[in-house]
Structure formats: C-alpha cells, structure tokens
Write a protein that binds this ligand. Structure first.
Ligand SMILES: Cc1ncc(COP(=O)(O)O)c(C=O)c1O
Length: 364
C-alpha cells in the first residue's frame, strides 16, 4: 500500500518522542480554533454525561433537525459522521467512484479513501505561481476532453493545506459543467466558516451531483470528539448511511454540536480574533528573511522556507523546542521547503516567529 503523508495534530506521538507532556507542546500542526470550543457546548456535554449509559441516537435526529433548519435542507439530505473523515471514507463506496480528479495540492484522505475502495485518482495541481489557488478553469478544460474517464471531482474550499479558496460562483460553474457530463462534485468545506461566502451548501437541493462535506473539528474546536456531516441528494445519503457502522457518532459529540451551532457569540468572537491574529502572524513571518507566506483565508498559513532549510529539518528543530508544525514536503504538488502553521494566540505565534528567526539565522 502506498504511503500517504501523515496528518498534523498528533500531539500524542510528539509527546512520546520528545518526552514532554502534551501540555508543554504548542501545536501549530493542526488548525483548530485558538479560542477553543464554545463554553456553552462544553457545559452541554458535561450535563449530558448521565446519558453515557445509553447508546447514542443512531439517527442523530436532533442534530440533523438543527442542521436542516440552518441550511434550509430536508433532513434526509444530511448524514452525520464520526468526523468528516468517516464520511470521506464512505463516499467512494456510496458513489461507486472508479476514477476521481483531485484538485491539489490537497488533503490526502481523498486519495486514500478512493484507493482503499478500489478506485484510482488523478491530480490537477494549482501551481506556486498561481499562489496555489484551485485552478477551476483548468479543471473545466479537463472535463471538455472527450476521452476522460473521471466520474467524481474533489474540491476542498478553502483548500488545505494551501489556504486558498475559490468563489462560490466558480464552484457552481464547475458543478454545472460536471452535471452535464454526469460527474459528481464533492466540495469539502471543512474550513469554510472563515470565508462563508465561498460556501455552496445551500445549493445542494439544486444539484443532484453536488455533495458538500463539513466538519466541526476546526472552527468548533472539537478534534477529540469527532463530528462532521455530509449534505447531498437523498439517495446518496441513504446509501452512505447503509455503509456506515451503527452508532458511529457518540452522544457527547451530538450534544456538543447542537449547542455549539447555536452559540453565535462564540462564533463571532472567533472570526474577529482570527482576522486580527492571522494578519499579525502573516506580518511576523513575512518579515523573516527569505520566507514566503501565501495568501490565506482560513486559520492557517502555507509558508515556504528559504533554501537550504527543508521543511523536515525545520519541523524537527522546532519540535525539539516543543513547537509542532506541519511538514508539507510529502504532499503531492508541494516542494520540500513548504510548511503549514496554524494561527494560534498572539504570545504563541510570537514564540513561533522568534524560533523560526533563530533557526533561519543559523542557516545564513
Ligand atoms: C480538508 C480537510 N477535510 C477533512 C478533514 C477531516 O476532519 P475531521 O475528520 O476531523 O472532521 C481534515 C482534517 O485535517 C481536513 O484538513
């Protein structure tokens, strides 16, 4: 089996390797809302603990009702998953994907999920000179080729790990062009809370070939609880649900999600915080000699280090100081000097910039 890039956020492995407790690590490798989860949602989970003696609701009915009302969708168009990763892994079998086009450089689980289900993938990568913006125009050209065999397109919007997104209008053009060729489009909107105008979730009822993935991991800061959802045509949702193991979404996750989605104040505070701190971190990193910071729309930054500092050497040196970053050198379509860093709180971001400054000094 092919080796895929490892994910960020493995603080457990980093703690074992470094001998430091997790509490002494600063994790820039997973892009989680630095303000943490909604306090209201955490309280709701605490209050729900007596329910642990029961199985969770296998239909996630309360949460699906909340999501259906929020997005004005029939709840039969929504499937809740144990993180969006579970749904990404259900999709290739639910859709019978044989050949997927992945708009890269992007999240590695799309390829892994398609490969595990016996399909294959082709990549169409955004270039560095395009600031890694997903090249929708070039995808449209590929679709016009008469002998292509693609049945499904994956687009992450805004994209991870590059941080760039495309307009909802461009996504709709892509979905329409795909529909006329009987192709499906899976749009992963895991980070879209940071640029909500890019979302096409409300378009789901208009297009039978559109599937939209969302995750509560990042913006709602619950990677340890696991919850994501998929919106799409009812028959696909039904098929994916048939393939899903029973009770895969636990009670605390369902309760958390219902409460977190209604906490508008925390969401607003998180957005204001991110706008300000992302700009401050961009300024700090851009001032470092030879460092390129790519334009970003979510809560992380794609950064290219100057020669000869490799992403791997940089990640290892920072890890020795308890700072974890994402080494992107093994992501197809990115070069060996590319890293991704999450935007965290001001003091932590300053610590990262200072550590990088010292490291770069040693390479000059
Ligand atoms: C683009 C993207 N999609 C989906 C996921 C999976 O998120 P989760 O399974 O935690 O919902 C991730 C996690 O890193 C991601 O970066």
């Amino acid at each position: 089996m092919k080796r895929f890039p490892t994910h960020g956020g493995n603080v457990h492995e980093a703690a074992r390797a470094s001998g430091r407790p997790i509490s002494r690590l600063v994790d820039f490798s997973a892009s989680i809302n630095p303000l943490g989860p909604s306090p209201r949602a955490v309280r709701a989970v605490r209050e729900a603990l007596p329910q642990l003696i029961h199985y969770p609701d296998p239909d996630c009915a309360a949460l699906r009702r909340v999501l259906a009302a929020r997005w004005r969708l029939n709840s039969g168009r929504i499937l809740i998953g144990n993180g969006s990763s579970e749904l990404i892994h259900l999709l290739p079998r639910a859709l019978g994907i044989r050949h997927a086009l992945l708009i890269g450089p992007t999240f590695s689980e799309y390829e892994r999920a398609v490969a595990l289900a016996g399909g294959r993938v082709s990549y169409l990568h955004a270039g560095r000179s395009e600031d890694y913006r997903p090249p929708v125009d070039r995808v449209l050209s590929v679709l016009r080729r008469s002998r292509q065999t693609i049945d499904t397109i994956f687009l992450c919007n805004p994209n991870s790990p590059t941080g760039r997104g495309v307009d909802a209008t461009a996504v709709r053009t892509l979905v329409q062009a795909a529909a006329s060729r009987r192709l499906r489009v899976v749009v992963d909107e895991t980070f879209v809370e940071y640029c909500p105008r890019r979302s096409v979730l409300r378009d789901v009822p208009r297009w039978a070939n559109l599937l939209v993935l969302r995750s509560l991991t990042k913006f709602y800061a619950m990677p340890g609880l696991r919850l994501g959802y998929l919106a799409g045509a009812a028959p696909v949702i039904r098929r994916a649900r048939e393939l899903q193991p029973p009770w895969s979404v636990n009670t605390p996750a369902q309760v958390f999600a219902v409460a977190a989605l209604s906490d508008r104040d925390h969401a607003d505070r998180s957005l204001v915080f991110m706008e300000r701190e992302r700009a401050a971190l961009v300024a700090g990193l851009t001032a470092l000699p030879g460092v390129t910071v790519f334009p970003a729309e979510a809560n992380f930054l794609l950064v290219e280090l100057p020669t000869p500092l490799s992403a791997g050497a940089c990640a290892a040196a920072l890890a020795r100081q308890g700072l974890l970053i994402r080494d992107c050198s093994s992501v197809p379509g990115l070069n060996r000097r590319t890293i991704r860093v999450a935007v965290r709180r001001r003091a932590q971001n300053r610590r990262l910039v200072a550590a990088l400054h010292r490291l770069l000094g040693g390479y000059r």
